[in-house]
Design a protein around this ligand. Structure first.
Ligand code: ZN
Length: 54
């Protein structure tokens, strides 16, 4: 289980997602495109999740 909060990216946004790595990445990609107009690659999000665990 991993979790990701949008405000960790520096957005003033309450969006949070948790689940498996692939679920979080998929959900967050959709959210960032829909809400922020930014498309993050899977590679970028994977690195971000790995960094957050440490
Ligand atoms: Zn957001």
């Amino acid at each position: 289980m991993v979790k990701l909060s949008c405000d960790n990216y520096g957005f003033d946004c309450k969006f949070k997602v948790n689940g498996s790595n692939s679920d979080v990445i998929k959900e967050y990609q959709k959210h960032s495109i829909d809400e922020h107009g930014i498309e993050y690659s899977i590679e970028v999000l994977t690195k971000f999740l790995l960094r957050m665990k440490n």
